[in-house]
Design a protein. Sequence first.
Length: 219
Amino acid sequence: MSAPVEPHRPRRPAVDFGSELTRPEALADPHPLLHRMRSEDPLHYSPALGAWLATRYDHVVQGFRDPRLGGDRTRLLIDGQLGAGGRGAVKDFERIERGMMINKEGPQHLRLRRLVQYGFSPDRIAAARPMIQRAVDALLDRSGPSGRLDIVADYAEPLPTLVICELMGIPAEDGPTLRRWSEAKGKFRGLSRGGVGAIARAANEATINFEDFFSPPSG
């Protein structure tokens, strides 16, 4: 008879890379620290985040394929920033996040994926190509006489909003508002540090605004 298997307990690392990643210099340029992680501890447990950090391709692929690992990071995201007692501040954010396809597993994920997959078929994407090209050209034309633009702020950030609004039939003038709400949620998803309470409240308010915007009118 084989001996019982002891549960795995992560060792406490000499350096908590999860904590290091939240430093301002790492947020501005994380690549040197990520390179160090891959060299020194590519599969790293961070006590500060209460999570494993995988920085090598083979580990990431193995994790994606392991049925023991789930995709719902909502509890970790909230409790890691606010603590279990602070979840009331983001109750609407949590409610919507838990219902999203990306946080669902197995049959529930498959059901939602089947509802949207036809909207992103190769034929649909090919048909949208002229529209996407027009959006790209319009953003590039904004550089004007200077011939200069910020590739992130002036191009990469607004482009998805323009395309999504067009695909979903949303008026272009609503795009900046939707993008502002999305950024408010993204700040909380990105493991905010400093003023987390205000960031959490803004994410919850943005969630409510999104829900109201996309809900059918009553009556």
